[in-house]
Design a protein around this ligand. Structure first.
Ligand SMILES: Nc1ncnc2c1ncn2[C@@H]1O[C@H](COP(=O)(O)OP(=O)(O)O)[C@@H](O)[C@H]1O
Ligand SMILES: [Mg+2]
Length: 329
């Protein structure tokens, strides 16, 4: 098993009375893509800024490549590449100049610099735009430039803060491919995301984070197993009927979770039979519903189970297999 390259040990970060990171412990292994999945305000960026040494730790310890970051700021800085949440390419500089400036900042050898910049432009698919000002680029092109920029000094670790937030699907996919490629070359990646699909598709392991606390850590499949056995049924009804639906599921020995107008529950090993039982029971008890569907457990189900809230996926796309049975009345 790969050794841990980033060790986060019971880290707390307070801003005044407010605790933004609340006792987080994570070991990230060399070469893995590790995802921090959580909603806005969960503490993802704060945790990343602690790893980068941009914020001081209130208590706890972070070690990178066996170096305590507190006492090895410069060494650690050279080990990490960082892509921030906001776009920070220099608009007035060309793509090539952006890369050159950054390479110099990180003391890339003069003899290697030109080759490194050329390779980066190729990796980002920007060779034809090398001498155009970055300010004229689309959002996706800027993000691609930023990713290779953060890699120009050949760090062992790359940290990506919401790399694809706001990108369209085509640009997102392009960036995903690029992140996978880096990982195949042995780069360790930490990325934060609010997108379930992103965590599911990219990450070897995922930490679900909410209100500064880690709720669970594991592979996507391990996390989904926490939801329970079988497919998840999801029933939407008018507010008046929500409690009735939940009660009916309980009478069928299921464990429903209620979130506003939605009731969901894993259906056990014979999900199809159970779904049949549920629809029959709804009809028999004359409980009107708006819709019923079943799906394989998603990370959203995991998040709901762990936090009582939904991590709404705003990409509007669903990668996971879904079977839908709509019943309208
Ligand atoms: N410098 C700061 N001073 C006070 N509160 C902060 C500061 N930075 C972040 N916070 C608070 O900490 C919480 C976590 O923020 P952040 O780490 O940016 O979350 P995320 O990146 O998951 O959206 C938020 O409630 C935010 O308002
Ligand atoms: Mg953030």
């Amino acid at each position: 098993m790969a050794r841990p390259i980033i060790e986060i040990d019971n880290v707390i970060k307070r801003f005044g009375d407010f605790t933004a990171v609340d006792g987080v412990s994570i070991d990230v292994k060399e070469g893995e893509i590790f995802g921090l999945l959580g909603p806005n305000g969960a503490g993802k960026t704060t945790l990343i800024n602690l790893i980068l040494g941009l914020l001081s730790i209130t208590s706890g310890k972070i070690t990178i490549d066996n170096l305590d970051i507190k006492h090895n700021k410069d060494k650690v800085k050279r080990l990490i590449g960082m892509m921030t949440q906001e776009t920070v390419v220099e608009s007035e500089l060309t793509a090539r100049e952006n890369l050159e400036v950054f390479a110099q900042l990180y003391h890339v050898n003069k003899s290697e610099l030109n080759g490194r910049v050329e390779d980066s432009l190729k990796d980002a698919d920007l060779i034809d735009f090398a001498d155009k000002k970055a300010g004229t680029f689309s959002g996706g092109m800027k993000r691609r430039l930023e990713l290779v920029k953060s890699m120009v000094h050949k760090p062992k670790i790359i940290i990506l803060d919401e790399p694809t937030t706001g990108l369209d699907i085509q640009n997102r996919n392009h960036l995903w491919e690029e992140i996978k490629r880096l990982s195949e070359n042995g780069i360790t990646t930490i990325l934060t995301t609010q997108y379930l699909e992103e965590a599911d598709f990219l990450c070897n392991r995922i930490a679900i984070i909410d209100h500064g606390k880690i709720k669970a850590i594991g592979t996507a499949s391990e996390l989904k197993m926490m939801v329970g056995t079988g497919d998840v049924v999801e029933i939407i009804s008018k507010p008046d009927n929500v409690e009735k639906v939940a009660k009916l599921l309980k009478s069928l020995k299921l464990s429903p979770i209620v979130k506003s107008e939605k009731v969901s529950a894993p259906m056990g090993s014979d999900s199809v039979k159970m779904l049949n039982n549920i629809t029959t029971a709804l009809q028999k008890n004359k409980i009107a519903i708006i819709s019923i569907n079943m799906h394989m457990p998603t990370l959203d189900d995991v998040f709901l189970k762990l936090t009582g809230n939904q991590l709404r996926d705003t990409t509007g796309e669903n990668v996971s297999a879904r079977s839908q049975i709509m019943m309208r009345r």
